[in-house]
Design a protein around this ligand. Structure first.
Ligand code: CDP
Length: 230
């Protein structure tokens, strides 16, 4: 059967990566979490002290982009590929609220985007890929056969992310998470380079009131229809 490219975009914490992982597993496709790549660059910038609450040495980051090597390595126990920054597994480190608080500023930098988009396009060049992010259907794979745009109320999204972080043992409050979700929505949607917008040919899904199973069934049916008709 012909393989296709599936782009999943949407606001922060809408559960895009959950859907993308499930789809990739079911279809035996490669899953790429493009947000993890922006998060890993952010983690690098924090380690190098290029960014903090008080400063952002953007030029230093741009001048050292060549020192950043990102790769994914499949973890069969987890069932997805974890991200490595310069050969170190940073999958856990990049999910912290601290990284979330800086990532949208890093993701605004056109030079960073250019580097990551190039790598993302390389990952997807043979199709058979499910990629989630903000600009996958608009910039990375404008010709993707199937595009989804996922949304949910800010309150529901913050609640889901809060539960996730608490489960991991992070000390965060619901209000901090809600603030971060709203802040990232604003920056991601209004930045000049590749803002988060719904591609005209994307199928919009609001999952505020859908269970994981309902959501998966709905999306998988659309995917199957597509695969039957290509
Ligand atoms: O999982 P969550 O929705 O919290 O976000 P993510 O997918 O891990 O992405 C983290 C951040 O990276 C987003 O808030 C964006 O600022 C940026 N991003 C982007 O600009 N373009 C992408 N294709 C993916 C993520």
């Amino acid at each position: 059967m012909n393989k296709i490219t599936i782009a999943i975009d949407g606001f922060s914490s809408t559960g895009k990566s959950t859907i993308a992982k499930q789809l990739a597993q079911k279809l035996h496709y490669v899953y790429v979490d493009s947000g993890a790549m922006y998060r890993a660059v952010t983690f690098y910038a924090m380690q190098q002290e290029y960014i903090s609450e008080c400063y952002f040495f953007k030029d230093k980051l741009i001048n050292n982009l060549e020192d950043i090597h990102l790769s994914f390595c499949y973890n069969s126990e987890l069932g997805f590929a974890e991200i490595f920054l310069n050969n170190v597994n940073v999958e856990n480190d990049i999910r912290s609220l601290e990284v979330s608080n800086f990532v949208s500023r890093i993701a605004e930098v056109p030079e960073v985007r250019r580097k990551l988009v190039e790598q993302q396009q390389e990952f997807g060049k043979n199709k058979g890929v499910v990629m989630d992010g903000r600009d996958i259907g608009t910039v990375v794979f404008p010709d993707a056969e199937l595009k989804f745009f996922i949304n949910a109320s800010a309150d529901k999204r913050a609640k889901r992310r809060f539960d996730e972080l608490i489960k991991k043992g992070d000390k965060v409050t619901y209000n901090e998470i809600l603030k971060n979700v709203e802040y990232r929505d604003r920056i991601d949607s209004t930045r000049e380079d590749s803002p988060l917008i719904k591609a005209i040919d994307a199928i919009e899904i609001d999952n505020s009131d859908l269970s994981l199973t309902e959501q998966f069934d709905k999306i998988y049916e659309i995917v199957q229809n597509k695969l039957r008709n290509i």
